[in-house]
Design a protein around this ligand. Sequence first.
Ligand code: AVI
Length: 327
Amino acid sequence: MNAAIVRARAQAALTDLRPQPDDIASDAIAGLSRTPKTLPSKYFYDAEGSRLFEAITRQPEYYLTRVELALMEAQMPSIAQAIGDGVHVVEFGSGSGRKTELLLEGLAAPVAYTPIEISRTALMDSVTRLGQNFPDVQMLPVCADFTRPVPLPRAERRAHRTLVFFPGSTLGNFSDEEAVRLLRSMRGTMGDAGCALIGIDLDKDPAIIEAAYNDAAGVTAAFTVNLLTRLNREIDSDFDTDGFRHRALYARDRMRIETSLVSEQAQSVRIGDHAFDFAAGEAMHVEISQKYTDASFSALAAKAGLRVTHGWNDDGDSFGVRLLQPA
Ligand code: AVI
């Protein structure tokens, strides 16, 4: 079957829940009105931000992607056994990458794959590519905001259970409160018999973690500053992109990387009719990357009515994959 036919088929199967488009200007104005000032990290991922993130995953210091992939490769038989056969895989975000392929290759006879994603383009690209490689897995993409519960399309072949897949320690980019809400939404989507496979970055030597977010080539710094370039283009703000510097520090007590854009001098930034004054050295918070211990992750999961049933770590206990079930 050629790619065009696969694309047409995939498009026919799209469930479009018409998620509310983001209001970037309102979110930026609200964030800059807070003390300390903040900007939401979800806005990192325009086309250039997504390209820079891909480049981050190839930096020698950014171990997360490399270690998680190797871990999944090594442990897939054991992961597949714990999950069982005939599952409907539901990915939070559009996974067209190697991790999704490893999962679909390694599971026993998965019946369907549903990525949930706000961007229709990312969604269709993902299922078109995966559909070609996995012709026996029904592609059922859903255009929706995965931070709210999503009703799943029914697969033609009945699935034994639903598996929610959320790799990459992306959960760590949400505050504890948001992460619990997201886990609850997974709990709702998976149903009573379902499970979730979640990648988490583990607490470790702060020097290793800080290096991952301060790569020598400066790719992470460019990724962070690109947020301002995006805002200038899309909401007509006037951030001086040379007037802010990337800073990523590991807060040991909170076990998280806190990334800020630090104002190099006293300056004023305009968004529409609003003006925001920055002092020299003032930090604007743009991202958190939470790290976990077994205890902290289990406690978080418990708040969402989930319990950890299985876990796999790499040999250095650097990164983990956890299987969760309704408690
Ligand atoms: C997508 N997410 C898990 C990355 C992380 O490690 O927090 C985003 C990132 N930010 C800077 N480097 C990578």
